[in-house]
Design a protein. Structure first.
Length: 164
């Protein structure tokens, strides 16, 4: 069972591992940030109070996420960072994808706001499909000149039904 909770400083390593793994999967190598830099970035988001983590009970021999600490008996399998209405990050560990972790995180974020928006890289078709299934629509496009990746991005927005 997936449990959601606010991130703690000790989670920065687990979140950094998830983000770093995604970077390797998408680019085939660390393109932008080292493992230490991704952990530091995740630590900053945690310090800002933006992050909700998804965790599951750790089972011997499973590789569904990153150990948050042997003493806790849980594994962090995903996280969502939100600054007000902006969804800054949503990542799920490879072994936990397709199990509803991202959906749980998104549902929790939508419960707190009448509007959410985010930027997604144009090449990330899987993420765009996920967001569209969750009621997000395209509201803008960029050539990438304003993001660190220098890659085309799409701005997407979700509004709770009946709100403007």
């Amino acid at each position: 069972m997936v449990h959601l909770r606010p991130a703690r400083p000790v989670d920065a390593g687990a979140l950094g591992d998830i983000l770093y793994t995604f970077q390797i999967e998408m680019y085939g190598r660390p393109k932008m940030w080292s493992g230490a830099e991704t952990i530091a970035y995740c630590g900053e988001m945690i310090d800002n109070g933006w992050v909700t983590v998804a965790e599951v009970a750790a089972e011997a021999g499973t590789e569904t996420g990153t150990e948050a600490g042997a003493e806790t008996g849980v594994r962090v399998v995903g996280f969502l960072a939100r600054d007000g209405e902006e969804v800054c990050s949503l990542y799920v560990a490879p072994g936990a994808r397709g199990a509803g972790v991202g959906q749980r995180l998104m549902d929790a974020a939508r419960e707190t706001r009448a509007r959410l928006w985010l930027r997604v890289m144009a090449y990330n078709a899987g993420a765009r499909r996920f967001y569209r299934r969750n009621g997000f629509s395209d509201v803008g496009r960029s050539d990438g000149s304003e993001n660190e990746e220098n890659l085309p991005a799409i701005t997407m927005e979700w509004r709770r039904e009946g709100t403007r």
